[in-house]
Design a protein around this ligand. Structure first.
Ligand code: WT7
Length: 668
């Protein structure tokens, strides 16, 4: 239902059908709970904690923190001294509550018809077996286990088996290269790796085990040998694939180990503040950051968000198209979902294979009520004939969600009108690997929607905007998005580098958690995320730092200097454009271009390969030698006004750069 607007933008009010079933059915109710959650966060979260099992209560205060570097080191502790086990809460407790025969997951592979399903009861058995396998291989509480697997039930089993024994999982997205995998295994000091033989993404084969073997050789070379590599057989025998490397000294078959493992494994009781997992995300120095989440707070926050943000009821079927290798998969395919006793669909394919109707086919077949995806997927699918969507009924859908980057109003409307037949609210969820779960987002039954706005803060989150000097902007305005207070699901540190944690998130604006995003707040208090304001780019929902790409570009022997910036892209949101200065007497040609692209593919992964590599005589720099990326970004985006260029060493070089880019743009 569309109604007039308050801020010159159309508002979509929750429909009667959605409100009738919603836990929170009016804006006033949301506000009342919001205000209570802010006024007394401890009371608010303490009550939610009673929904879960705690072996012992917190020894000291429920919340203890310092958010202001002026007052000393940053720390955030929720329920320190309380003991629990998150796997026990998600699985054992759900079975005890009578849901043992409920389907926890429907799994669908890359090929249509490749299907599996698992009940809570069967999930528990698999987790216990896997936990016993890990214990048998010497994994103990606090040890790190790397997981490099396709989007499968087994990957979820692997994650939860770590949680069961107090080990810390480090999932590495299966699109990362051997180098990137090795870097993360070494950084996390992982003792063991779990992988699979390989997987298909559409028609593309990914040789996971070969990549894993290469990575493990690098780890060994760097003085960090991994004790075991467990390989799941994921591929069917009929598929033609290259030979799989195998070394009896470290490689073990998942199936063989699982077959002989016991189905019983008592949970390890861990502290509320013990680490649950590390997940690497890009950092502006080029070295990935190991974002560390802990147990108790993450459980409370992900469970609460899943329940209210998706208005999840036990009969709903949830489908998140995100990969387990990203925080979306951790929070919504695993932890938040199981904490709400959900049934979810896990999909190991791509939206356009075998054709552009795959998502809608899945939605009809599994009777999905809640579908959560990314703007980049929406933009890909909206380019295709609408018949791919309309061929399917999508009648089961109630709620649609979006995550990963700002969703532009026209994609929002297509998602709303075409996919949801104007029945389903679009829940645009703003969050980050570091925030654990959404922090700004609507609630289906209560928040009037404005296409393109992530709307209002979730309970317990005091979001605001500050100007360049860190002065809070009151009311309407535009600035840096910051959070004033701790919430249970936030990251506690960067693994092994607390200084970097403080410097990245708390140094820029004292007293606030800094998101790195810009935002506008309108007269209704709605937030409109305008994108990263740091040296980070967001390509198809993958956050990549310009420094990371630049350091890889510099590895090519002919490259003397490099700068990477983001251009706007109709489908990916942002695409990567690189400027390089060649060493003397080097000539740029197609061979060099493909060499550079393959270095990036090998060092980071295919998703980071630039759309454009532009050799230039010089990069625009200020007197101190700093590259003016802001200027390059404006040039590739063909923005007319470049702002102040007076600090440039050679302001005339700009016209030359513009000319080169305009010529290239005509050719692309
Ligand atoms: C960055 C975090 C959160 C899971 C996936 C990404 C951007 C994320 C939105 C949104 C506008 C968004 C931000 C953020 N982002 N969701 N709904 N609207 N921007 O996790 O890799 O840690 O990236 O993604 O720029 O800082 P991530």
């Amino acid at each position: 239902m569309k109604s007039p607007t308050t801020d010159s933008k159309p508002i979509y009010l929750p429909s009667d059908a959605i409100q009738k079933r919603a836990y929170i059915a009016s804006l006033d109710e949301y506000l009342e709970i919001y205000n209570a959650s802010i006024k007394d966060p401890v009371k608010f979260w303490e009550k939610i904690a009673t929904d879960f099992f705690w072996k012992t209560k917190p020894a000291g205060p429920f919340l203890n923190y310092n958010f202001d570097l002026n007052k000393g080191n940053i720390f955030i502790k929720w329920m320190e001294g309380a003991t629990t086990n998150i796997c026990y809460n998600l699985v054992d407790k759900t079975i005890q509550d009578g849901y043992g025969d409920k389907i926890a997951y429907y799994w669908e592979g890359n090929e249509p018809g490749e299907q599996k399903q698992i009940t809570y009861q069967a999930l528990l058995k698999a987790i216990c077996k896997c936990a016993n396998v890990l214990k048998g291989l010497g994994i103990k509480k606090g040890d790190r286990v790397a997981i490099y697997m396709p989007n499968t039930i087994e990957a979820i089993v692997a994650m939860l088996s770590c949680a069961r024994i107090g080990a810390v999982h480090v999932v590495v997205f299966a699109g990362f290269s051997a180098n990137a995998l090795a870097e993360r295994i070494i950084a996390a000091q992982a003792k063991l790796l779990i992988t699979a033989d390989g997987t298909f993404r559409g028609t593309k084969f990914i040789a996971l085990k070969s990549i894993a073997t290469q990575a493990l050789m690098q780890c060994k070379g760097a003085g960090h040998p991994v004790s075991h590599c467990i390989m799941l057989k994921h591929l069917h025998t009929t598929q033609q694939i290259p030979e799989i490397p195998w070394d009896d000294a470290i490689d073990c078959a998942w199936e063989r180990l699982m077959a002989s493992a016991s189905e019983v494994c008592a949970p390890e009781w861990v502290d509320g503040e013990d680490p649950l997992f590390i997940l690497y995300t890009s950092g502006s120095t080029g070295k990935p950051k190991g974002v560390l989440h802990t147990t108790g707070g993450y459980l409370l926050y992900t469970a609460t968000v899943f329940k209210y943000v998706f208005d999840y009821h036990p009969e709903d079927i949830f489908f998140c198209s995100g990969d387990l290798g990203w925080i979306t998969g951790h929070t919504f395919n695993v932890y938040g979902a199981l904490a709400c006793k959900s049934t979810s669909v896990v999909f190991d394919g791509i939206p356009t294979y075998p054709d552009g109707g795959r998502f809608w086919d899945l939605i009809d077949r599994y009777k999905v009520t809640t579908f959560y995806t990314a703007p980049t997927a929406i933009r890909t699918l909206m380019q295709l004939p609408v018949s791919y969507v309309t061929k399917y009924s999508r009648a089961s859908l109630r709620i649609l969600g979006s995550v990963g980057e700002p969703i532009d109003p026209s994609s929002w409307r297509w998602f709303y009108e075409v996919v949801g037949s104007s029945r389903c609210p679009i829940i645009d969820t703003f969050w980050q690997t570091e925030t654990g779960a959404p922090i700004i987002c609507p609630l289906p039954g209560s928040t009037p929607l404005k296409p393109g706005s992530a709307t209002l803060p979730f309970w317990g989150i005091v979001a605001t905007i500050v100007d360049e000097d860190g002065i809070e902007i009151i009311g309407r305005g535009k600035g840096h998005l910051v959070i004033k207070n701790p919430w249970p699901g936030m990251a506690r540190t960067i693994d092994g580098d607390h200084q970097r944690f403080q410097a990245t998130y708390f140094e820029p604006y004292h007293g606030y958690y800094y998101t790195g995003d810009g935002a506008q707040r309108d007269a209704d208090g709605y937030f409109w995320i305008t994108g990263r304001t740091d040296d980070m780019l967001n390509c198809s929902g993958h956050l990549i730092s310009t420094a990371e790409i630049e350091s890889v570009l510099m590895q090519h022997p002919s490259v003397a200097e490099a700068a990477a910036v983001s251009a706007l892209h109709a489908i990916k949101g942002e695409s990567i454009h690189c400027f390089i200065v060649l060493k003397q007497e080097q000539l740029y040609n197609e061979i060099m271009e493909s060499e550079i692209k393959s270095i990036i593919r090998n060092q980071i992964g295919a998703f980071a390969v630039p759309d454009l590599i532009q050799p230039v005589p010089a990069l625009p720099k200020v007197g101190s030698g700093k590259i003016m990326r802001r200027l390059l970004r404006k040039i590739v985006r063909q923005e007319g006004h470049l702002g102040d260029t007076s600090t440039l060493v050679d302001p005339n070089s700009i016209d030359q750069l513009r000319g080169l880019i305009l010529n290239k743009a005509k050719m692309l």
